[in-house]
Ligand binder design. Structure first.
Ligand SMILES: CC(C)(COP(=O)(O)OP(=O)(O)OC[C@H]1O[C@@H](n2cnc3c(N)ncnc32)[C@H](O)[C@@H]1OP(=O)(O)O)[C@@H](O)C(=O)NCCC(=O)NCCS
Length: 157
């Protein structure tokens, strides 16, 4: 399994049908929304790729938005059959390495549903800390927990 960085702008057309297939299987984020994000320079996609073979060959993805001083995770997803094997850690590490190349980048943020224990565990394992709690943040009334990690705070980058 390798983690690949999908270059923005140039590659949206190349990965368009792959995104259509995967997003419909994953029922997680509409492919069109990912494509719209990737047509803008501030969005970045890293995918876990299990190499050539029968498609779909992507088993996970992390989409992030990068401002000049901080970045936000838009989504992190690992296909159900591949969970619990540390793939989320690899995707986070790949994003982290990219953030580390930007000298002005100070922190990475995300919101997660308060009930999403696997995701919370994955973020904590990656060294992220809860820095906020947003009451009734989601449309169904669930709270969001805000997690963050400062880019200067460890040696992973
Ligand atoms: C969250 C998600 C990305 C984690 O992917 P993953 O590759 O399985 O994550 P990792 O293997 O790095 O770590 C997962 C951790 O959660 C733990 N975990 C798994 N199921 C769990 C559960 N039901 N309750 C609590 N912890 C759980 C694992 O044990 C592991 O911790 P450990 O290594 O200490 O045992 C994956 O579950 C997923 O795609 N979920 C659906 C999408 C989602 O919720 N994304 C996050 C949105 S913010």
């Amino acid at each position: 399994m390798t983690i690949k960085y999908i270059e923005t702008n140039t590659s949206v057309e190349q990965i368009s049908s792959l995104l259509d297939d995967l997003c419909s299987q994953w029922s997680f984020w509409p492919a069109e929304q990912t494509k719209a994000c990737l047509s803008q320079n501030e969005y970045h996609l890293h995918v876990a790729d299990q190499g050539p073979g029968k498609p779909p060959n992507w088993t996970g993805a992390i989409l992030s938005h990068h401002g000049p001083f901080s970045a936000d995770i838009i989504y992190l997803y690992v296909a159900p059959d591949h969970r619990g094997k540390g793939l989320a850690q690899q995707l986070l590490a790949s994003l982290w390495a990219r953030l580390g190349k930007n000298a002005t980048m100070e922190a990475l943020f995300l919101e997660v549903r308060a009930s999403n224990l696997p995701a919370i565990r994955a973020y904590e394992k990656f060294g992220m800390k809860q820095v906020g709690h947003r009451k009734a943040y989601y449309q169904d009334g669930e709270d969001a927990l805000v997690f963050s990690k400062e880019t200067m705070s460890d040696s992973n980058n």
